[in-house]
Design a binder for this molecule. Structure first.
Ligand SMILES: Nc1ncnc2c1ncn2[C@@H]1O[C@H](COP(=O)(O)OP(=O)(O)OP(=O)(O)O)[C@@H](O)[C@H]1O
Length: 693
């Protein structure tokens, strides 16, 4: 047995006391193993253990040991929301005199100031962009922690993570590398890649019983439980059984729509209380989604998916932690990282739709991440996870494949053309490689090259190099052109830049709609789906055909134009609720798509300036309009803190059209329009030096 106090060999008293104050005394068995294998002696390590088995604590100890001997740590997470969560949690190290920093936001920044911190938290995309933009401190990292390292297997995010790790290891040969992962089969292979140890364990702080739900039977490998049949729907019987025992439940659904309708159904079976009503009343927003969510919350149920606004999600999470929300029906995104354990987990659907592939069963690893959410350490005696079957034969299949099955291997996804296009350009533009030889050497040190056929990687790299030369982003001798360097810094796919240049050049008089359409034509844009009720799109397209880019595929055109039209409504100040209804989206989608559009429009502004495309000013203004969701004439007023598009419009309509107009206004009139508090804030900003019309 190893206690936290035993770590005094490596860590000062202040660190030991910090953890003891949190009630941590004995180390969990996988933690003890990691220490024994040299985690605090600087060994590289893959720690592959179930959820809540204390991985983060190990990373913290290694970073603290590093920081106290003057080494900087970088902690890479997959999602921005997780970066904030970790930032809040690591901020407690300020008591030890350490500085913690977080890097989110603008991709083009170099962020030299971040380097003053002892611990820096960033997403893999942000870490990648910091390397591309030449932040000097990325060459002086002592400890690298990669959270959720199994995401190397993700087609979307894996290649960026892999290249970032490869480059950081290259720049910092002495750096300690720690990868935290869910249970995976080939952790040894990743450990070999980083030249480290592997700690792999199934140990969990709360016992987990895994089984299958078939009608009202909970079937476990070692026995069965029969639910009381109070309702025709077995899911509701399971919910009532859980809640009656004082427990909470997570229900994983495959789509947002299913999550919403399940939450609604569950809310019909649960009771309102003073607490649930109070929670529902704290929910902001008037749109369809907010109303649906409020109705569920009133009964202690909720749905949770990527279409919600961050503040809506936070309210649900808070309600769940306070045990006011009893049941959350969610999409699998909740399993990825969020720390919201429950007594019971139900995986209602183990199939998922994947574009181009149809409906497929989820991997065992994903099943385990969802199942692993069952059981709250210190609160539940055990957790129960159930996967739902519809027949006896399916029950057996699910039992064999998921409950008793082994998770899959992790496979590098680096060799895709799209990933390599971006990463080969970045590697050349940031002078990581200045010849085919040095590029090949770098690529030979990736996880892909270790794991899979390097000749395939070689072929794809050759075709990508050809594309980059043809697009004038690099020369034949692998020197970046100014355009190539710019595109890499802007952090867009080189193909996006090509689309922008070609389309803008192909249109005689580009308008606002043209620019919006062009950014939706790039591979970096997330597009809306087209539904039957969208038959207005065809009329819209024929009416505006001269303003649109040259999209040959009609199905894509419909999706692009629908997305562009949504952005047009947004910048024309159409109310969010109307946009939500008209485009059948949730508020979180609007926020996300607008963010992507703003980034791409700023990139178009920079490329236009560089290439003289003639839309520089228009794109610059449009990026701002997308940022605020407002008309051109409001941009000046929107620079003021506390003034959003609705208040800016009110001021404008009252005749205040510039900061000069506002300076001349009297306090009582402004108070009438904005309310006294906001008016005061505006007046004090106007008095600040440097605020001028
Ligand atoms: N040895 C320990 N004794 C008591 N509590 C511990 C111990 N180690 C970790 N914990 C606590 O258990 C909880 C989960 O730990 P931690 O966040 O490190 O797990 P994790 O494996 O990183 O989880 P996840 O997979 O969700 O990221 C935390 O509240 C942490 O403080």
């Amino acid at each position: 047995m190893l206690t936290i106090r035993d770590l005094i060999r490596w860590l000062p008293e202040s660190v030991i006391e910090l953890y003891e104050a949190l009630g941590i005394d004995e180390l969990y068995p996988p933690q003890a193993e990691a220490i024994e294998r040299g985690l605090l002696d600087g060994r590289n390590m893959i720690i592959s253990v179930p959820t809540a088995a204390g991985k983060t604590l190990l990373a913290e100890l290694a970073m603290l040991r590093g920081a106290l001997s003057g080494k900087r740590s970088l902690y890479i997470v997959p999602l921005r929301a997780l970066a904030s969560e970790k930032f809040e949690s690591f901020s407690r190290f300020s008591k030890l005199g350490l500085r913690v920093g977080i890097s989110t936001g603008d991709f083009e920044k170099r962020d030299e100031r971040l380097g003053r911190n002892d611990i820096i938290i960033a997403t893999s995309e942000k870490a990648d962009s910091l390397i591309r933009n030449g932040a000097s401190w990325v060459r002086r990292i002592g400890v690298l922690v990669v959270d959720e390292i199994h995401l190397l297997d993700s087609a979307n995010r894996g290649p960026t993570l892999e290249m970032t790790m490869t480059k950081l290891m290259h720049l910092n040969p002495e750096m300690q590398v720690i990868g935290l992962s869910a249970t995976i089969a080939n952790g040894r292979e990743i450990a070999d890649w980083i030249k480290g140890e592997i700690v792999s364990s199934d140990w969990r702080p709360v016992r987990l019983r895994e089984g299958v739900l078939l009608e009202d039977r909970l079937v476990f490998p070692d026995g069965e439980i029969q639910l009381e049949n109070r309702n025709r729907d077995p899911v509701l019987n399971l919910v009532l059984d859980t809640v009656d025992q004082g427990g909470q439940m997570l229900i994983f659904e495959s789509t947002r729509r299913n999550a919403e309708s399940m939450a609604k159904k569950v809310s019909g079976a649960l009771q309102e209380s003073g607490e649930t009503i109070e929670l529902a009343e704290r929910l902001s927003g008037e749109g369809k989604t907010a109303k649906k969510l409020a109705m569920c919350l009133r009964h202690g149920a909720a749905f949770h998916h990527a279409g919600l606004l961050p503040e809506q999600r936070r309210l649900i999470e808070l309600g769940f932690r306070q045990n006011v929300v009893k049941v959350i029906a969610c999409t699998p995104t909740l399993a990825a990282g969020l720390n919201l354990p429950a007594r019971r987990v139900l995986i209602r659907s183990y199939k998922r739709y994947e574009a181009g592939l149809g409906t497929r069963p989820i991997p065992v690893m994903e099943y385990r991440q969802m199942a692993g959410r069952a059981g709250r350490p210190g609160l539940d005696p055990y957790g129960e996870s159930l996967i739902m079957a519809r027949s006896e034969s399916e029950l057996q299949k699910l039992m064999d494949h998921y409950v008793m099955g082994e998770p899959e291997d992790i496979w590098s996804k680096l060799a895709s053309e799209r990933a390599l296009r971006t990463h080969v350009l970045a590697t050349i533009a940031s002078r990581f490689a200045d010849s085919v030889d040095s590029l090949s050497r770098l690529m030979a040190s990736t996880f892909y090259a270790r794991q899979q056929d390097p000749s395939y990687l070689g072929e794809t790299i050759a075709s990508v190099l050809e594309f980059l030369v043809r697009s004038d982003m690099i020369d034949k001798d692998l020197t970046p052109t100014p355009l190539g360097a710019l595109v890499s810094r802007l952090y867009i796919d080189p193909l996006s830049a090509m689309v922008m240049i070609q389309e803008i050049r192909g249109i005689r008089r580009p308008t606002v709609l043209t620019l919006l359409h062009v950014i939706t034509m790039t591979p970096d844009m997330e597009l809306l789906f087209v539904q039957q009720s969208d038959n207005w799109l065809e009329d819209f397209i024929s009416e505006h055909s001269s303003e649109l880019g040259n999209e040959k595929n009609f199905d894509w055109l419909l999706r692009e134009v629908k997305t562009a039209s949504m952005l047009m409504d947004w910048i024309n100040e159409v109310h969010e609720d109307r946009i939500e209804d008209r485009y059948s989206i949730s508020p979180g989608d609007l926020v996300r798509i607008a963010e992507t559009a703003e980034w791409l429009m700023s990139a178009l502004h920079r490329i236009s300036k560089h290439m003289d495309l003639g839309v520089t000013y228009l794109a610059e203004r449009l990026a701002l309009r997308i940022h605020y969701g407002a008309g051109d004439e409001l941009l000046q007023l929107l620079e003021l803190k506390g003034i959003g598009r609705v208040r800016a419009r009110k001021l404008y309509q009252a005749g205040y059209r510039s900061l000069e107009d506002l300076k001349a206004a009297d306090k009582s009139t402004l108070s009438e329009i904005l309310g006294p508090k906001i008016a005061e804030g505006v007046i004090s900003q106007l008095k600040e030096p440097g605020v001028s019309a």
